[in-house]
Design a protein around this ligand. Structure first.
Ligand SMILES: Cc1cc2nc3c(=O)[nH]c(=O)nc-3n(C[C@H](O)[C@H](O)[C@H](O)COP(=O)(O)OP(=O)(O)OC[C@H]3O[C@@H](n4cnc5c(N)ncnc54)[C@H](O)[C@@H]3O)c2cc1C
Length: 302
């Protein structure tokens, strides 16, 4: 990549915030993914704006990620910039029954913060390993709760402008949000509207849901959570199990024995192992049930 671009990227983000040829497997819960050209830690909205403008000027691809917990990244790596939000963009604060969290903050930490503040509503998110921004982008949900239920508004940087979008303008539905259709938009922060509750009862609920996760999910292996979206009227895991695919593997990737909805990185799986296993599961399930499973995991490939 051209030296002029590298110098200007250093000025925009702070040279200490840039890693070149950084392996993406260090930044995905699947522990899969080759090097990206520039891995950039973004510490403020101003720096994010400057980096995005520069990427546009030089026509360098720009990818925003959160905690990499819903990503499958190519072993050949990622061209251009991969940006993560940190510093000021991870701060969390309370005002009345509202919590505003920087998009880089871990959603599970925000849930625990809400519990200590005696604010209820985010218990469902206490075991989701993503960020607030990724959670909004995916409308993350679990155990009957989802972001849609608790989001008041979000600040989003788009075309150099910060826009405040209300819940109803965010198009939140099952694992979908307006971010799927807004090009080059980055969530900066999310404000949650919560209800007063007993801190101990709220934390107990989080603990109970986390215990259920540990019991049902293969948390001992790297994965990106549920690989497929829930099809209308059923569960991906049940369809995969009835197609006889529990435990099946391609290379180092396997359908979990513990929870058939999870593809796990069992033994140093490659990007292509996981992709081939996704395809195999889709084909077999479609033959057995007539239902085409849609991946929930976002794939970044060259
Ligand atoms: C063990 C395990 C359990 C899981 N359980 C659940 C669960 O119960 N419920 C659930 O819904 N999901 C679950 N997941 C999946 C995952 O944690 C969620 O989808 C989460 O919301 C992804 O957040 P992230 O920050 O890791 O996003 P990433 O995986 O880094 O990115 C996901 C998408 O969000 C976009 N994105 C990230 N940050 C921003 C931002 N600031 N602005 C704009 N776009 C952004 C990315 O571009 C990408 O398209 C689980 C995953 C694992 C590994």
């Amino acid at each position: 990549m051209n030296t002029d671009f590298r110098t200007r990227l250093g000025e925009a983000a702070g040279i200490e915030n840039i890693l070149e040829r950084e392996p993406m497997k260090r930044h995905t819960t699947f522990k899969i993914g080759g090097p990206c050209d520039y891995f950039v830690k973004i510490i403020s909205t101003e720096k994010l704006n400057a980096v995005m403008k520069l990427a546009k000027e030089y026509e360098v691809p720009f990818h925003i990620i959160g905690r990499g917990s819903n990503l499958l990244v190519d072993d050949d790596g990622v061209k251009g910039i991969v940006a993560v939000l940190t510093g000021k963009l991870e701060e969390v604060s309370r005002s009345g029954n509202r919590i505003t969290a920087g998009a880089g903050a871990a959603i599970a930490k925000v849930a625990v913060f809400a519990a200590t503040e005696g604010l209820s509503g985010l218990e469902f998110a206490g075991g989701i390993p993503g960020s607030v921004g990724g959670g909004l982008a995916m409308n993350a949900g679990a155990y009957g709760g989802e972001m849609k239920d608790v989001v008041l508004e979000a600040a989003i940087l788009c075309d150099g402008q910060v826009r405040y979008l209300k819940n109803e303008d965010l198009n939140l539905s099952y694992r979908h949000s307006i971010l799927d259709t807004m090009k080059d938009a980055v969530v900066l922060s999310v404000t949650f509207e919560l209800k007063e509750g007993d801190p101990v009862a709220i934390q107990d609920k989080i603990n109970e849901l986390n215990a259920r996760r540990r019991e049902k999910q293969p948390l001992e292996y790297p994965s990106a959570g549920s690989t497929f979206k829930r099809p209308v009227g059923g569960y991906a895991s049940a369809l995969i199990e009835s197609a006889g695919l529990k435990g099946i593997s391609v290379g180092g990737a396997a359908v979990s024995d513990k929870h058939a909805g999870f593809i796990i990185n069992k033994d140093d799986a490659s990007f292509h192992d996981v992709k081939a296993l996704i395809k195999l599961v889709q084909e077999k399930v479609e033959i057995e049930s007539g239902i085409l499973l849609e991946p929930e995991v976002k794939i970044i490939e060259q």
